[in-house]
Design a protein around this ligand. Sequence first.
Ligand code: SF4
Ligand code: SF4
Length: 203
Amino acid sequence: MRAAMRRPVTVQYPNHKKELPHRSRGFPVLLWDENATEPFCTGCQVCARYCPVDCMTVTMKDNPHFAEGTSKRKKIIDKFYIDYARCMRCDICVEVCNFDAIVMNNTWEGVELAKYDRQDLVMDLPMLLRQHKTGDLADPFREPMGVAHSGWTPYVEGEEEEAAVATAATTTATAAPAAEAPAVVIPAEAQPDAPGQATEGEG
Ligand code: SF4
Ligand code: SF4
């Protein structure tokens, strides 16, 4: 009876959709620089070189806005393709981008992809920029999510013990000096004989 009265935890997808977590990792999209009215992407190709499935194609060109003095980017993206049919949403392209130009899409549009033709899953530059440029991608998660930026380092055997010893040594060296021990007063009769002093029974 209690189970029948309980509110359902499921929703009527796709008519009703739950809000995705901010860190959701949909397919990668490019960000639009409102101030310079151009993409953040300089076309440096670092992401394409690191992509493990080789699904990105990037070319760069001279930036006309730089020549006009309205942008600091000397080079700018010319053509950018991502084949979403091959992308495995690993986040590596976001990790390696030095210009914070690419993010993992954290909207439902970043995960809902149903096409009849695989060719339709190849996204070009306008498609990759559209969501951020129009404001549909209002709150992108800009931090890389992987190991490279987490501060985590792989465990190396023996290193942990060395670190523990080093920490213990540092703690001992920096610890407050121990309070001076109180002087112990030894009664005269209990004190050992002074050198040359005869003891009872001697002689
Ligand atoms: S998320 Fe991974 S697989 Fe997809 S484009 Fe970026 S680097 Fe390539
Ligand atoms: S997204 Fe970043 S890493 Fe990839 S080409 Fe553009 S600027 Fe370079």
